[in-house]
Design a protein around this ligand. Structure first.
Ligand code: ATP
Length: 444
C-alpha cells in the first residue's frame, strides 16, 4: 500500500463524484464542500449504519430531529456564548488569521507571522458561533445562532421525550444533523469545515452509574468504527488532560484516527455530569429532574455523550479504504469499503451489448436493485468497467456472458481478491448477502 497523500484522495474524490468544492463555478468557497452522487450515498450509508445501531438495535434509545435554530437563551445556558471561543492571532501585515495552537512556538515568542514574517497581534478570543437575525429587523432582539452542536436540541427535549417516549433512565436520545462553527482552519479538506454533520447520542444515567456507562459507551463506540471496516491499527483512544477538558466535562476520551496529516479526533465520548440539565433548569425555570417511579428517588440524571462527526467519518472511511496495487503491470486504485457502506453494492454488466446479453443483464439489474444498490454499465472493455467500480469501492460485479444464455449462470467478481466465481442467476442475491455478512478486509 502506497502512502496516501491528501492530494491523491482529493483528486480521486473529485474525479469519481464523491466530493466537489462548493459553488465551484464561482471559484469555490473556502472550507465548504458538496457531496456528489457517490459521496452522498457513502454519507447516507454511514449515517444509516449508525442510526440503525443506535435506535433499532437498542430498545432504550430513541431518535430526535431538532431544529437548527433554537432560542438564544439555550446558548447562554449551555455556556457557548461565554466559553465557545478559540484564541486567535492576526498578522498585521498579511492580515491572515490563525488559531493560536496552529502557530509554532518560536513564532508566538517572536510575534512573527509564520507565513510572511510580519508582526502578530496578541491572542484574542473569538466566538465560533455563527449568528443571524430572525424577523424583518436586524436588531439585537432577533439575534439567533446556528447551532454549533446538535446536543442542546436533545437536552431541551429531555422532558418531552420522557413524557411521550415511554423511556426510563438509563436511556438515550440519538440525533443526526448539521452543526455550524466559524472555524478558521481551511486546510485538510472536509476534516474541519464551517458546516458539518454530527451523529450524537446522549445517554441519561443515574449519577452513581456514570462510570459504568461511560466505559460501556467508550468500548461500543470504538467497535462501531471496526464494524464500519476501519482498520484497527489506525484507531486509538486519547484521554483529555485537565487543560483539554471542556467546561462541562468530568471525563473525556476521543477516538482518534491516523489521517495522512496525523492522529486526530473523530469522536468524543464525554461524561457531562448533570451540568446541562441543571443549567437548562436554571435558565428556563422548568424542572428537568427525573423521578424514579420504583424507588421514588428524584434526581438530575448524568449525561454520557457520544459525539461523532459524520462528515469527518466520511473522510476516515475514504482515507482508510484507499489502496493502490500493481496488477499485471498496471496500477489498480481500489477503495476497500465495507460492503455495508459502499455507495454501490453491485455492478451489473453484459459482456457485450449484442446478442441479447444486454437485455438479460438489464433484467438481472431490475431484480437486484430491489435489494441492493446496483450500477448497470454496458460501455467499454470489461476490464475497464471492473477498474472503474474498484475506484469507487464497489465490492461485487456480476457479468452476464454467452454461457449465461445457455445455463442461466453468471460470474460474480469480488473487488478485493479479484476472484471470479460462477453462480446460478437465481442464487446471486443469496451469494451477495453471504459475502456481505462474511466480509473481512484482507489483513484484518
Ligand atoms: P476539534 O478539537 O477538532 O475542534 P471538538 O473537540 O471541538 O473538535 P466536539 O465539539 O467534541 O469537537 O465535536 C464532536 C465531533 O464533531 C468531533 O469529534 C468531530 O468529529 C466533529 N466536528 C467538530 N467540529 C467539526 C468541524 N469543524 N468540521 C467537521 N467535523 C467537526
Amino acid at each position: 500500500m502506497a502512502d496516501l497523500t491528501m492530494d491523491t484522495l482529493v483528486s480521486l474524490c473529485k474525479r469519481r463524484g464523491f466530493i466537489f468544492p462548493s459553488s465551484e463555478i464561482y471559484g469555490g468557497l473556502a472550507s465548504a464542500w458538496d457531496y456528489g452522487p457517490m459521496g452522498v450515498e457513502l454519507k447516507k450509508r454511514i449515517q444509516e449504519f449508525w442510526w440503525r445501531g443506535m435506535t433499532q438495535l437498542h430498545d432504550n434509545i430513541v431518535g430526535l430531529d431538532a431544529a437548527i435554530m433554537m432560542h438564544p437563551r439555550v446558548w447562554e445556558a449551555s455556556g457557548h456564548v461565554e466559553n465557545f471561543t478559540d484564541p486567535l492571532i492576526d498578522c498585521k501585515k498579511c492580515k491572515q488569521r490563525f488559531r493560536t495552537d496552529a502557530v509554532p512556538e518560536e513564532n508566538l515568542k517572536a510575534h512573527k507571522c509564520p507565513e510572511c514574517g510580519g508582526e502578530l497581534t496578541d491572542a484574542r478570543k473569538f466566538n465560533l458561533m455563527f449568528t443571524t437575525h430572525m424577523g424583518p429587523v436586524e436588531d439585537a432582539g432577533g439575534l439567533i445562532y446556528l447551532r454549533p452542536e446538535t446536543a442542546q436540541g436533545i437536552y431541551v427535549n429531555f422532558k418531552n421525550v420522557l413524557q411521550t417516549g415511554r423511556v426510563k433512565v438509563p436511556f438515550g436520545i440519538a440525533q443526526v444533523g448539521k452543526a455550524f462553527r466559524n472555524e478558521i482552519t481551511t486546510k485538510n479538506y472536509i476534516f474541519r469545515t464551517c458546516e458539518f454533520e454530527q451523529m450524537e447520542m446522549q445517554f441519561f444515567v443515574h449519577p452513581s452509574e456514570d462510570m459504568k456507562w461511560f466505559e460501556h459507551w467508550k468500548e461500543k463506540r470504538f467497535q462501531y468504527y471496526l464494524d464500519l471496516g476501519v482498520r484497527k491499527a489506525k484507531l486509538r483512544f486519547h484521554q483529555h488532560g485537565p487543560d483539554e477538558l471542556a467546561h462541562y466535562a468530568k471525563l473525556a476520551f476521543d477516538i482518534q484516527y491516523e489521517f495522512p496529516f496525523g492522529w486526530k479526533e473523530l469522536e468524543g465520548i464525554h461524561n457531562r455530569t448533570d451540568y446541562d440539565l441543571k443549567r437548562h433548569t436554571e435558565f428556563s425555570g422548568k424542572d428537568l429532574s427525573y423521578l424514579d417511579e420504583q424507588s421514588k428517588e428524584r434526581y438530575i440524571p448524568y449525561i454520557i455523550e457520544t459525539s461523532a462527526g459524520l462528515t469527518r467519518t466520511v473522510l476516515v472511511v475514504l482515507a482508510d479504504a484507499y489502496d493502490e496495487e500493481e496488477v499485471e503491470g498496471e496500477k489498480r486504485v481500489v477503495l476497500h469499503f465495507h460492503p455495508r457502506i459502499a455507495p454501490t453494492t453491485v455492478g451489473v454488466f453484459p459482456l457485450v451489448k449484442k446478442d441479447g446479453l444486454a437485455e438479460l443483464a438489464r433484467k438481472l439489474d431490475d431484480e437486484l436493485c430491489e435489494d441492493f444498490r446496483t450500477f448497470y454499465d454496458e460501455g467499454g472493455a470489461i476490464g475497464r468497467r471492473y477498474r472503474r467500480q474498484d475506484e469507487v469501492g464497489t465490492p461485487f460485479c456480476v457479468t452476464v456472458d454467452y454461457q449465461s444464455k445457455e445455463d442461466q449462470t453468471v460470474t460474480v467478481r469480488f473487488r478485493d481478491s479479484m476472484e471470479q466465481v460462477r453462480v446460478k442467476m437465481a442464487d446471486v442475491p443469496a451469494t451477495l448477502r453471504k459475502a456481505i455478512a462474511d466480509y473481512r478486509r484482507v489483513g484484518e
